[in-house]
Design a protein around this ligand. Structure first.
Ligand SMILES: Cc1ncc(COP(=O)(O)O)c(C=O)c1O
Length: 380
């Protein structure tokens, strides 16, 4: 099978999650909006999943909207908040290192007449609080900042950002996709207005996510039809997927501490082993404000496409950044914002999960060592 180190792109579905989903497919197939017994039976599973998600994320059940994934959640939140609050102002703030499901929405809103500030980040991928403060204007209605960056793993100072926005009439949206299962996430404690997540990053199925919307948030929903999700997202709920999400979230949050310890250890071992083998590299990101599951490295001796191909031939599966842009030859916008385009052409992302072993890490380092020596010789 080879060595899969691309868990930030997606994760395999956990066996307990598959089991819970199969039970719904086979035994609880009703439409939760049907009022007969079979419908009510399905509704129970939907309600239970909603309660679990709320409980695990520090939200109220009526603040949980099930979606088709984080792309939809980000689109719904950003457009919905911007359109509903346009009468108060037309200025929006985000960062240069967001996922494209955020960035492309802001680019679209700019075309529609909104003014958007894209905040810079430093070499660790951190947003400057002073820069954020000075970007705020009387017209600012929305700030959207991701919790954990999907390419470098940098964790933004959520509490400080929140503190800065406190007592201001400005909505705060957070793409928390890469934080789930890696950091404790409490929606109310963080005082976020809308938050996105997606099941396939923490052992759940693809095509299902959540948008949390704090009660009393002024937001416009655009998917019209039936009255599902309290008229906020029309369409028959995909209960097997939703139950899969809730089961995966339970496991991911319950095992968070043990997994974190394992991942941080792996990350350290990986970096130490590279140093021991004298392979030239630099870490893209922060050693402190980071999760354990993502390690993005700059290898000056080789370009990213060659390295990815050679690792693929050795059955080691990693990526140059977001899977959504994997087919593109453009350099990573995240590494370009943190450093420059040149560095982006030489940087790749390794991402781990709890199944990653020390042995796999050693094998990857041995392969990188081989590749380095081959290229070193060719350079001479
Ligand atoms: C930070 C971040 N936001 C959003 C998404 C999009 O999620 P989905 O695949 O559920 O649309 C991803 C997935 O790559 C991501 O890593």
């Amino acid at each position: 099978m080879g060595i899969y180190l691309d868990y930030a792109a997606t994760t395999p579905v956990k066996p307990n999650v598959v089991e819970a989903m199969m039970d719904i497919y086979q035994n609880h197939y009703g439409n939760p909006s049907s009022i007969h017994n079979i419908g009510r039976d399905a509704r129970k599973y939907l309600d239970d999943a909603r309660r679990t998600v709320a409980e695990k994320l520090g939200a109220q059940p009526n603040e949980v909207i099930f979606t088709s994934g984080a792309t939809e959640s980000n689109n719904t939140a950003i457009k919905g908040l911007a359109y509903a609050n346009r009468h108060k102002g037309n200025h929006l703030i985000t960062t240069k290192i967001e996922h494209h499901s955020v960035l492309h929405v802001f680019e679209q809103l700019e075309k529609e007449g909104f003014k958007v500030t894209y905040l810079d980040v430093n070499e660790e991928g951190l947003v400057g609080l002073e820069q954020l403060e000075s970007a705020l204007t009387e017209d600012t209605i929305l700030v959207s900042i991701m919790f954990v960056n999907n390419e470098v793993g940098t964790v933004q100072p959520m509490f400080d950002i929140d503190h800065l926005l406190q007592d201001k009439d400005i909505y705060f949206h957070v793409d928390a996709v890469q934080a789930i299962g890696h950091l404790p996430v409490d929606f109310h404690e963080l005082d976020i207005d809308t938050m996105s997540l997606t099941a396939h990053k923490f052992g759940g199925p693809k095509g299902v996510g959540t948008l949390l919307v704090k009660n009393a948030t002024d937001i416009q929903f655009s998917q019209l039809g039936g009255e599902q999700e309290v008229k906020r997202r029309a369409g028959t709920e995909n209960i097997p997927q939703i139950v899969g999400l809730s089961e995966a979230l339970k496991t991911a949050t319950d095992e968070l501490d043990d997994n974190n310890l394992h991942l941080m250890n792996l990350k350290n071992q990986f970096l130490v082993a590279l140093q021991d083998r004298a392979i030239p590299f630099e870490l893209n990101g922060s050693m402190i404000e980071t999760t354990g599951h993502i390690v993005n490295l700059y290898f000056p001796f080789i370009d990213v496409e060659t390295l990815l191909t050679l690792l693929d031939l050795a059955n080691i599966y990693v990526s140059s950044g977001s899977a959504c842009t994997a087919g593109s030859t453009d350099p990573s916008h995240v590494i370009s914002a943190m450093y420059d385009k040149e560095r982006a052409f030489h940087s790749i992302r390794f991402s781990f999960n709890e199944m990653t072993t020390e042995r796999e890490i050693k094998q990857v380092v041995a392969e990188l060592h081989k590749i380095y020596h081959k290229f070193k010789k060719e350079e001479v």
